[in-house]
Design a protein around this ligand. Structure first.
Ligand SMILES: *Cc1c(COP(=O)(O)O)cnc(C)c1O
Length: 491
């Protein structure tokens, strides 16, 4: 079977038309729209120029080395560490993985004993890192109301085998800034490195219009920082940076070997052969924007954010979670209101009015406090162009959602949840289920992976997914989510 290039592209265009619109500001997560078509074109042109290149070997493809030599000091200046060294990676997760790996190697602690200390609100990339590298993750509960972590609580989790402390500036779920300077002081006192995860907000906070508490490499005790070009650097997916204050810690993240019969291997990142397209688009956009360009875009983000926060403050029944400082925030039910509004019902109603917000489940912490179910909003420069329309949608949605009960899980799922709660089924039993049985459970819970992917945005009931996470033990929910996605992407 073969098809003409024109037919293949027509087919892809048809598939793309079924995606949620990536531009125009109607989806407030996943995509980061500068609102400037010229930047998208620039990124595409830059990526096209390096498309055939292999980023594996910058000594052969000098363009890759030259672009990194520009991106490292640009980012270092933005992130408070003029003399920092670092590496361009494929994304935030890879930057976080490498931060943990470098800290683990540099510490000399046996990985069977090693631990990483991070607030509950740290990105799941640190769950992934510690899982992959076989080290313990100690998750520090945050204040359930403000979602702020206390430096004393961080200190209480550190011991002689702690290889890294992680803090966020800001965190993804609620946009709160961890108190980086105080955590830095704690880390320094214990002689432990501190990684600031600024993957999300680094390239926003750097040009934020208001004075911020210390949050970057300039704060004492901070040893590394990560920031994503493919978020608020407006690059296509595939570009982030990890900076280290210390050269030796940077080198500890490398994998190099001459111990095989082939070419000498030197990998600063987790991949081998790698695309230079992310690096090239990040390089082109940062050079084109410069400080002035970023300052203007961040001003639009800050203005849109103020409009949206004011709207939530003006809605009886909803509250902004904690004290968000950057481009994202979360909205939860205001339990003090006469009629609290369920944030997921509200998100459904906002969606019916043309804007996709992101539902987040409630989260029980290890100290038995609970972070409330919420709805997340990522504000980008383009948000300002639709802000007045969105504010109206937020108000109207609140009126429609006020008084609606929290969406509850399908009967089959509730029964399953009860079976876990009573001990009739154990987590180990559930984790031992084979894929076919797991899928049958999913379907009975109203989450059917065998829908047409091109219709996915209509077919997947995200409310059912959140309900499943809420009702099931978290490891079981994770197994079911993996089964769902595997079945969804297979014929
Ligand atoms: C997005 C994000 C990450 C992970 O980045 P990916 O680019 O999605 O791999 C890590 N930390 C924070 C705070 C993030 O927002």
């Amino acid at each position: 079977m073969s098809a003409s290039a024109a037919d293949v592209l027509a087919e892809l265009r048809r598939l793309r038309s079924t995606d949620v619109p990536t531009h125009g500001g109607h989806i407030l997560s996943y995509v980061y729209d500068s609102g400037q078509a010229r930047l998208d074109r620039l990124a595409a042109d830059a990526a096209e120029l390096v498309r055939p290149v292999n980023g594996l070997d910058p000594t052969v493809f000098g363009s890759v080395a030259a672009m990194e030599r520009d991106l490292v000091p640009f980012s270092a200046a933005a992130l408070g560490g003029v003399d920092a060294v670092g590496t361009v990676t494929s994304g935030g997760t890879e930057s976080c993985l490498l931060a943990v790996l470098a800290a683990l190697r540099a510490s000399g602690v046996d990985r069977r004993r090693a631990n990483v200390v991070a607030p509950t609100t740290a990105h799941a990339a640190f769950l992934k890192a510690t899982d992959l590298f076989g080290v313990e993750l100690r998750r520090v509960p945050v204040d359930p109301r403000t979602t702020a972590v206390s430096p004393a609580a961080i200190a209480a989790h550190i011991d002689a085998d702690t290889v890294l402390v992680v803090a966020s500036a800001p965190n993804y779920p609620t946009g709160a800034m961890d108190p980086i300077d105080e955590i830095g002081a704690v880390a320094e006192k214990h002689g432990v490195p501190l990684h600031v995860d600024a993957c999300l907000g680094g390239f926003v906070l750097a040009w934020w219009p208001d004075v911020l508490p210390p949050w970057n490499l300039a704060a004492p005790g901070v040893t590394s920082i990560s920031a994503d070009f493919h978020k608020y650097g407006y690059s296509p997916k595939g570009a982030s940076i990890l900076l280290h204050a210390d050269r030796d810690r940077h080198r500890a993240g490398y994998f190099a070997t001459a111990d095989w019969p082939g070419y000498p291997i030197v990998n600063p990142t987790l991949l081998g052969s790698r695309s230079a397209m992310g690096t090239a688009s990040a390089w082109a956009i940062t050079r084109c924007l410069g400080d002035d360009g970023f300052t203007a875009l961040v001003a639009d983000i800050a203005a849109a954010r103020t409009l949206l926060l004011d709207a939530v403050h003006g809605i009886d029944g909803l509250r902004v979670v904690g004290d968000p400082r950057g481009p994202v925030f979360a909205v939860a039910a205001d339990r003090d209101a006469a009629v609290p509004i369920d944030p997921h019902r509200w998100a459904d109603e906002v969606a019916a009015r043309g804007f996709t917000l992101q539902a987040q489940p409630r989260y029980p912490q290890s100290d038995h406090t609970e972070l409330a179910a919420s709805t997340h909003l990522t504000v980008t420069p383009v948000t300002l162009t639709v802000a007045s329309e969105l504010v109206v949608a937020m108000h109207d949605a609140a009126t429609a959602a006020r008084g609606l009960p929290t969406a509850s899980a399908a009967d089959a799922l509730r029964e399953l949840g009860a079976a876990f709660a009573s001990g009739a089924v154990s987590v180990a039993d559930a984790l031992a289920l084979d894929s076919a049985t797991t899928e049958a459970v999913l379907v009975s819970a109203g989450i059917d992976p065998h829908t047409d992917p091109a219709e996915a945005s209509d077919a997947l009931d995200i409310g059912a997914v959140i309900a499943a996470i809420d009702v099931l033990p978290r490891p079981v929910a994770a197994k079911m989510l993996a089964e769902f996605l595997a079945a969804f992407t297979n014929p």
